[in-house]
Design a protein around this ligand. Sequence first.
Ligand code: IPD
Ligand code: CA
Ligand code: CA
Ligand code: CA
Length: 258
Amino acid sequence: MLKETLYKATEAGAAVLKEYFNGTFTISNKEGLNNLVTEADFKSEQAIIAVIRGQFPDHQILSEEEGTLVQESEYKWIIDPIDGTINFANGIPICCVSIAVEQNGEMLMGVVYNPFMQEFFFAEKGKGATLNDKPIGVSQKDNLLTSCLVTGFPYTYLDAPNGPLDIFPKLIRKGIPVRRLGSAAIDLCWVAAGRFDGFYEHKLQAWDSAAGFLILEEAGGKVTDFKGNRYSPYQPHICATNGKIHDALLAVVNGGEL
Ligand code: IPD
Ligand code: CA
Ligand code: CA
Ligand code: CA
């Protein structure tokens, strides 16, 4: 029933994305000039929460726009109603619905669905990860210098010591391709599918990463904080790779030279 509800909630959110994409919708600012939220973010969130509440009225919910709906429950739904809002607002079809289900503090299931590419990523703890129902796995590349990476840039924190503006030039000066898709959830899933070899980003929120974290781990990847500890979506910085380039990428994000 959990999985069925997760799928239904994801479809309900995705239907809103499809309805509004390239149409007219209101856009407002959160903090900062380009930190946007659209009417579709709110509508997607409402549709997702309605499905979950209909089936599991007592479960906890943590959702980007709505915040925390606190209940005493071992289950928590972590929702990003649109990950990649700026892409969405600009008609760029790299955005998704991301929903994770946590049980007693451990990720149990996660979905990342980009309805514009018709890519539905799913994982359940201990059961592997799939893309459109087919098993996926990470790449086998073991040399950072020949890897294809992806990252994202936060709105603040750019000038922190050894922050994003220190790390990025080190990589691109070596000619390493570093992409920036604009959706952390999709970044993680594309590492899971072997399209990228690694991903790092500062200052993510739990709803950006919770589902993608489980999907990547279940695809055989390694996901840690910048100290190398197993990742928790409740802390900000993420290093996520195929496992083979993990130590090399961690060294760079920690100030090392290439
Ligand atoms: C954003 C995306 C982006 C990341 C930002 C997030 P949103 O989420 O995941 O890739 O760089 O830090 O805030 O706002 O589009 O849901
Ligand atoms: Ca946002
Ligand atoms: Ca997000
Ligand atoms: Ca969002």
